[in-house]
Design a protein around this ligand. Structure first.
Ligand SMILES: CC(=O)SCCNC(=O)CCNC(=O)[C@H](O)C(C)(C)COP(=O)(O)OP(=O)(O)OC[C@H]1O[C@@H](n2cnc3c(N)ncnc32)[C@H](O)[C@@H]1OP(=O)(O)O
Length: 210
């Protein structure tokens, strides 16, 4: 049986997701709101906008489309995921065959886990998250919905990352630290103190930007 996956977001991030999905046996249909100005991404066709995809599902309620949202912006990814869920789509998660995910970790729908990532025992990852290339999410971490853990981030045991927070590339976070919702942690930071909601912080040690 052919497994079809609709990917919303024809971007660099979308290409990585398409590559993973093909390795997992899916045939890809891209959708992007830049359509019809943009009709291709690499060799993949873009079939329409996100609204076009929604009307497709509404036209045939016997179909349950598999979908993943490949948009790096956490707010927009959340909006698109909510729209697709409200319209009956089957939001799936994708885990690269060379990622390592503990049998005791939990990964919610709409989350993507890229090559080389490690998610250790009793870590919990919410809906619509990105666990990017070679990120390490140690035991007992909690990653809330729509967060993005960038490439080469290392979260030590029991770290908590709030909803829609973005942990920049190469950042390391000390064990048991709590990072709030809607935070942005700059590239290459070292987080050694809790970070409250809605904050941009960076540096080693990371300090809040005034
Ligand atoms: C697969 C992928 O590509 S995933 C994407 C990965 N990308 C990332 O992780 C990027 C994360 N973003 C950053 O780190 C950004 O630099 C931000 C968001 C922290 C700040 O960006 P901006 O608001 O544009 O700040 P800007 O670049 O103007 O820098 C302002 C000052 O902060 C400093 N600064 C910016 N980022 C950092 C950082 N990560 N660490 C230390 N200092 C920094 C700059 O040197 C500059 O200092 P100055 O005023 O003394 O010259």
């Amino acid at each position: 049986m052919i497994k079809i996956l609709s990917i919303v977001g024809a971007s660099g991030h979308g290409k990585v997701i398409a590559d993973i999905a093909e390795q997992l046996g899916f045939t890809i249909n891209f959708y992007d709101d830049a359509y019809p100005n943009k009709t291709h991404i690499e060799h993949w066709l873009i079939h329409g906008t996100c609204a076009d995809l929604v009307s497709l599902n509404n036209a045939d309620i016997t179909l349950s489309h598999n979908v993943v949202v490949a948009i790096g912006n956490n707010d927009i990814r959340q909006q698109k995921i909510h729209l697709l869920q409200q319209n009956g789509f089957n939001l799936i998660s994708l885990i690269h065959p060379n990622a390592i995910v503990s049998q005791y970790a939990s990964i919610a729908s709409g989350t993507v886990v890229f090559a080389g990532a490690v998610i250790n025992a009793f870590a919990t990852v919410g809906v619509g998250c990105i666990i990017n290339t070679a990120a390490v999410v140690e035991h007992d971490c909690f990653i809330a919905n729509f967060a993005h853990i960038c490439p080469n981030v290392a979260l030590a045991g029991g770290v908590s990352v709030g909803s829609k927070s973005w942990i920049g590339i190469g950042t390391q976070v000390r064990q048991l630290i709590k990072i709030g919702d809607n935070c942005l942690i700059g590239a290459g930071s070292t987080v050694v103190k809790n970070i409250s909601n809605n904050v941009t912080a960076f540096g080693s040690p990371a300090v809040t930007r005034k």
